[in-house]
Design a binder for this molecule. Structure first.
Ligand code: SAM
Length: 236
């Protein structure tokens, strides 16, 4: 099969690699680790059927980690294949652009947005959309990549050369400054607190040596590579 060359950050790359979503040793292996860390920050639903919106849901990797917490899990992704695969894993997924979420205002009890903000061309608009759909008192859980030289070196230059990340999957110009993200969330009424994430060292080394596929992501105070943000929307 001929390989299609795409521009950096072209979201169609995720469709090209759709067969990799659920391969724990495949191109998206680190997304599995991050999905577990993200879902760990989501409490059980306060009421059965509470609405959780997964913005940029990809193939639905958070689904098994959220199962049993009592949410209706709705996913939104720009990729047709991602939405299809997420549906196969129990997510009610729609193909749509996060810049214009097809969801009413103030209805989501929880919004998760994992590893999408470093892909969007208008961060202000996407964060405003996330804040719009979250209900007062609702919870936002985000993870993304930091706009630092270290992150660009590790996540683009080295990761692509070592074939740990697919070539061209990221445009480092879109990486997200944590302070800017906190400010944008505050504009939307969400008090976001950020902390860094890093792989558990021994497990990361075992993964590099090909001896394991899953690696636990641990909290760190350094937000200069991968970081999470957690916040509640005011006004409940
Ligand atoms: C790195 S993946 C993360 C997927 C998922 N959140 C996870 O952690 O497994 C980024 C996802 O964002 C989606 N995406 C990129 N730009 C988007 C946009 N403007 N609107 C909706 N989804 C988008 C891609 O199609 C891809 O599935």
């Amino acid at each position: 099969m001929a390989t299609v060359v795409r521009e950096r950050n072209d979201p169609r790359q995720y469709d090209d690699l759709a067969h990799e979503w659920w391969d724990p040793g495949g191109a998206f292996c680190a997304l599995h680790w991050l999905a577990a860390a993200r879902a760990a920050l989501v409490p059980e639903a306060a009421a059965p059927g509470a609405l959780l919106v997964d913005v940029g849901c990809g193939g639905g990797l958070t689904a098994p980690h959220l199962a049993g917490k009592g949410y209706r899990h709705i996913g939104v992704d720009i990729g047709a294949q991602a939405a299809r695969i997420a549906r196969e894993h129990g997510v009610v997924a729609v193909q749509a652009d996060a810049h214009r979420l097809p969801i009413a205002s103030g209805v989501a009890d929880v919004v998760v947005a994992g590893e999408i903000l470093e892909h969007v061309v208008d961060l202000d608009a996407v964060v405003a959309e996330v804040a719009r759909i979250l209900r007062p008192g609702g919870l936002l859980v985000i993870d993304t990549l930091a706009d630092t030289r270290l992150c660009k070196l590790l996540m683009v230059t080295i990761a692509e050369r070592a074939r740990v990340a697919p070539y061209g999957i990221h445009d480092p110009a879109l990486f997200v400054d944590p302070d800017r993200l906190v400010r944008l969330c505050a504009t939307g009424g969400i008090a976001l607190r950020v902390h860094g994430l890093r792989p558990a060292l021994g497990q990361g080394l075992a993964w590099l040596a090909g001896r394991r596929v899953d690696v636990q992501m641990l909290r760190t105070r350094f937000t200069n590579v991968v970081y999470q943000g957690v916040g509640v929307k005011a006004g409940a």
